[in-house]
Design a protein around this ligand. Sequence first.
Ligand SMILES: [Zn+2]
Length: 244
Amino acid sequence: MYQSLKKIIKGFMPSGFLNKNETLLRSCIAFFYKGGTYQCNLCGFKLSKFVVTENFGSICPKCGSISRNRRLWTLIKDTLKNKKVLHFSPSHSLKEQIQKANTKEYITTDYLGEFQAMKKLNIEAIDEPDNYYDVIICYHVLEHVAQDRKAMQELYRILKPNGVCYVQTPFKEGDNYEDNTIVTEADRLKYFGQEDHLRIYSVSGLSNRLQEAGFKIDVLDYEEDAKNVLGFLKKESVIIASKN
Ligand SMILES: [Zn+2]
């Protein structure tokens, strides 16, 4: 229903209006999902069901948040006060909450102009000082980066001692899968799962690479939660990379 409602609304409203009024549009769609079984922990909306998609799992119809954003929020929400936070490729719903979290400094960054952000930083050569950020969010970024080892060294460099970098990418079982001869969009989609992905990491493969860059690694592996009020993916892993 979510997709057909979106289609109907897009059919009779000009796109400029829609971009400016996304919040209004979402509120209209969310009306049909109102209920008391589930709740989005980012916008607070209580709903009868989430919008379920194949690629992203459950989407909140009101704020557009996906599982990984809601899960990350449960991890970081009480840790951000007076912290300097750098957020790569920031989703709108998560960004809105972090902006209200009394951080000391909150910088959002995007390289390819796909997300609304304050700075354009190249993760392979980050134009930020050493030992600066307390918290870095680097979700679904590294699989797009050619020199990913360099990027990890850069993340380590700008993270403060005792700082924490939250890392996630799509994951596979076993080892990382990487092949520099796979270069066309069609092949990348076929072998890496998306046209602009350059590899698929495994949790252990990415953890090892982050360790090589100097990070200490903790992995949080989530399994299905029977109640699942917050609409999380059945399985999800988050890598917590910290600096001593
Ligand atoms: Zn929401």
